[in-house]
Ligand binder design. Structure first.
Ligand code: UD1
Ligand code: UDP
Length: 356
């Protein structure tokens, strides 16, 4: 079977790394990078560390407004799909690259397989929610990472083609966590002690693009009485600079800001943290995989199962509770296998093959 896989952003490189290797055992994969993420630390570092095959195409679409970014990707993808004429399009997650690829393929009558189908925040003001819902409704094969995701699809009337495979991010964690432990020197480099710091990431548009909300987050971080490590997403750096908050945050003696780190360093920071403070969907799950308590800087999460068992806590950004929540020891109710058994990529490759 000939499959065109479309990736474009950091989390998709990690997911594709796992599936590509399985897929290529029996299928012909053409890998397309839209170029949505392009800085070395947002893109190439993942290809190098996870040994992802060189993309056959890089569309170079870069950054822009939602409409322009999505439209540019669609125009370029249409040409690729016309030329390659694949049996199936494979997409991941919920970015504008995902949406662009799904819309383009569906209008061309190409079947779509969606990895990470079904997570929902039930809030259509979140750009990723629009991307997830539309992509799911256009897909022929839907790979749900969790039981809740599969149930969400059923509630929207999508039952055909849905497979509960588990989460490919968990596959990646199981494979790369021991490699990170052996190779990463990030703790030494930043002078960190095991379980002596919180790993912080912030990049959701609704946290970064509203200066009042961003200021509230920065103040809460400055007030924390814990060593913090914060690799700064380029979107966030831009917003911090525009709001005049960069220097304030950087000058707090307990805060270490850095460029985005590679995947192995990120895993290391995750595994050895005392707490994770984040708005990242990936990091919320990785915190769970590593059995590290997580505080999610948002009003809702597409991963409610991590909340239900006590490992994750929502901290609405406009509240002053971050300090209190960080100090309180977490009470975690067991460690159920919410994200599968590490064989998601294998199942996905097999299920795609069964459609041939
Ligand atoms: C995108 C996804 C989000 C995902 C995140 C992963 C959408 C709508 N959002 O958000 O779901 O969680 O990726 O990190 O697709 N920039 C650079 N260099 C880069 C990439 C981006 O400087 O390599 C800057 C640009 O100023 C750009 C901004 O970051 O405008 C935002 O980038 P964009 O890809 O539009 O969205 P993300 O916030 O990265
Ligand atoms: N990540 C990384 N370096 C960083 C921050 C994150 O390698 O500086 C990894 C981490 O594994 C995370 C993944 O990138 O789960 C996903 O990225 P992000 O948080 O940007 O996207 P989301 O999962 O929220 O869509």
């Amino acid at each position: 079977m000939k499959i065109v896989t479309v990736v474009g952003a950091r989390p998709q490189f990690i997911k594709a790394a796992m599936v590509s290797h399985e897929l290529r055992k029996t299928h012909h994969e053409v890998l397309v990078h839209t170029g949505q993420h392009y800085d070395c630390q947002m893109s190439q570092v993942f290809f190098d560390e996870l040994d992802i095959p060189e993309p056959n195409y890089n569309l170079g679409i870069g950054s822009d407004s939602h409409a322009r970014q999505t439209a540019r990707a669609m125009m370029a993808l249409e040409e690729v799909l016309l030329k390659e004429n694949p049996d199936m399009l494979l997409v991941y997650g919920d970015t504008n690259s995902t949406l662009a690829a799904a819309l383009t393929a569906s209008k061309m009558g190409i079947r779509i397989a969606h990895v990470e189908a079904g997570p929902r925040m039930f809030d259509m003001t979140v750009p990723e929610e629009v991307n997830r819902v539309v992509t799911d409704h256009l897909s022929t094969l839907l790979f749900a990472p969790t039981q809740t995701s599969a149930e969400n699809l059923a509630k929207e009337g999508i039952t055909g083609g849905v497979h509960l495979t588990g989460d490919v991010m968990y596959d990646a964690f199981l494979k790369y966590a021991p490699i990170a432990s052996g190779k990463s020197r990030i703790l030494e480099r930043l002078g960190l002690h095991q379980k002596g710091y919180a790993y912080v990431t912030v990049h959701r548009a609704r946290n970064t693009d509203d200066p009042i909300r961003l200021r509230a987050i920065v103040r809460a971080l400055i007030d924390l009485d814990t060593r913090l490590v914060l690799p700064v997403h380029p979107r966030t750096r831009k917003s911090l600079e525009a709001a005049g908050l960069c220097r304030e945050l950087a000058s707090a003696s307990h805060v270490t800001l850095s460029e985005p780190v590679g995947y192995l360093d990120s895993l290391m920071l995750t595994m050895e943290a005392r707490t994770i403070v984040t708005d990242s969907g990936g990091l919320q799950r990785e915190a769970y995989f590593a059995q590290v308590p997580c505080l999610t800087l948002d009003d809702a999460t597409p991963w409610p199962e991590t909340i239900a068992c006590g490992w994750n806590t929502l901290v609405p950004c406009m509240s002053n509770t971050l300090t209190e929540v960080v100090q309180v020891p977490r009470c975690c109710d067991g460690y159920p296998p919410l994200f599968g058994n590490g064989g998601a990529a294998q199942s996905i490759a097999r299920l795609i093959g069964s459609l041939a």
